[in-house]
Write a protein that binds this ligand. Sequence first.
Ligand code: HEM
Length: 160
Amino acid sequence: MRHSQLMTVFAFVFICLADESKLKVKPASKPVRLFTDEELRRYDGSEDGQPIYMAVKGVVFDVTSGKHFYGKGAPYNALVGKDSTRAVAKMSLNPEDLTHDTMGLTTEELDSLESVFTGTYKSKYPIVGYTHRRLLNEDGSPNEDFKPEDQPHFNIRNEL
Ligand code: HEM
């Protein structure tokens, strides 16, 4: 067998062995990163060269590629480093709306939230984790109903 043929066979065997679907035991799920409010605050765009994160509905997005919207001095900088669900739902930058709290939002505002969440955030920005409100119950125990969001068009890097 020529050297190049041998290499092809090796490559094939390697790919087969590397194929996760051949494993008998599959990992239950990928680890996800949990953000406290304090941790999320570090990614508020105030330091040049640092990543910029914001949460919508408890999902933390890396919005660094939208620096012209979210960076220091940019128009939507107030939304980052926190969960800005209410502000996004109401299209408001009022300080009292810069919160995860959705209490009392109208049906129109909730519809608008869903459409911006899916059409802008989930489609443009990679998910890097979830806030504690999404991952944990109020008593700190794990939320058994947690399901990671689907984002098949991004190759999500495991941070843990
Ligand atoms: C005079 C008022 C405003 C104007 C003229 C304006 C204009 C724009 C424009 C031109 C875009 C880009 C759309 C695109 O990429 O296709 C945009 C995106 C956006 N705007 Fe506004 N906007 C205004 C107020 C607001 C307010 C008050 C909020 C409060 C939350 C807001 C939140 C957003 C968000 C979240 C995006 C998406 C940014 C992204 O793609 O990451 N806008 N806006």
